[in-house]
Design a protein around this ligand. Sequence first.
Ligand SMILES: Nc1ncnc2c1ncn2[C@@H]1O[C@H](COP(=O)(O)O)[C@@H](O)[C@H]1OP(=O)(O)O
Ligand SMILES: [Mg+2]
Length: 361
Amino acid sequence: MAANDTAHPYAAETQIAIAAVRRACVLTASVFNKLVKQETLTKDDKSPVTVGDFAAQAVINTILDRTFPDDPIVGEEDATDLRIESGRALRDRIVELANDTLSADLQPGEKEEWGLGPNHGRTVDQLLDAIDRGNYDGGRTGRMWTLDPIDGTKGFLRGEQYAVCLALLVDARVELGVIGCPNLPVAASNPSGPRGCIFVAVRGQGAYQLLLDNPLGGERTKLTIPTFTAESLNFLESVEKAHAKLSFNERVSQILGVTRAPTRIDSQAKYCALARGDGGVYLRMPVGSGYKEKIWDHAAGSILVEEAGGVISDGRGEPLDFSLGRTLGENYGIVACGKDVHPKVIAAVKQAKAEEAQSQL
Ligand SMILES: Nc1ncnc2c1ncn2[C@@H]1O[C@H](COP(=O)(O)O)[C@@H](O)[C@H]1OP(=O)(O)O
Ligand SMILES: [Mg+2]
């Protein structure tokens, strides 16, 4: 299939990305039901998430490779540990899961030539090679995909929020983002209601939400970040204290006069919640460990926010720079919110930083 043979730019990529993310979501949900719920996990035992991460990356990369064989992929996982003898048991589980997922029946709208559906099982070597298609170093020019097969592994293991995140970049600008959130309520106003959403954004074409169960034939909800007042504004932030400086968020909220408690959500589901107006500001400031944010952790989310009418920058107000390899090497923190609030949040971040520096004298 030619890259853009349909009416809108990136129409083919969008359909493939939605199909691939949906398959990976079905896979990760089944890993959770089969492994996480049933296995007794010892503290720090991440084996189910490892199986899910690798198998989901194998599935998505296989699907991308079939349609866009020349596109490099920057994916979180690599198969080195699966190629050695001690990785055999893990590898066997991953191959079985990936092949079950690739061979599952076609959904309406998915096409046989995409490499999905009955009799599309792959050999062990093909699947390991597919995982290693994610080893691209990134860079400034050309097309590339970014993939986080399970973003928010800690949320996944808790049975809470996690996301399957795929983005297409051209010359280091994000053009397409697709995020699958199997555990996210379809409507924040009905938290105990139906769950499972896919979020899609294409440059210049807006952002929308689909139902995970019926992504191609189902209802499409356009996303727009609403206007917030100080009273209605709330912060979206990490659950994990080691990932973002939550005490700093508290001070920034105070400076802005925010009265509502923050909403804590794992993974890029925070970007999805922001894009549909469940919260007003996503602030993520470094804890000071020297951690560099990865491009696959922000690429899909960033275009979702922009196409829903918002702004994303780092904590200094600088644009995110996806051209520097696998990390956002020069950026410091993340601020995503509506256009009207963005300058105020950046000013509040600056003030909170200055106070912090003053207190350390
Ligand atoms: N020290 C850290 N600082 C910031 N982010 C981190 C840190 N360690 C892991 N992460 C990343 O945070 C993301 C999810 O966090 P959150 O739910 O707080 O948004 C994951 O992508 C995770 O990476 P990884 O995917 O390698 O686990
Ligand atoms: Mg991640």
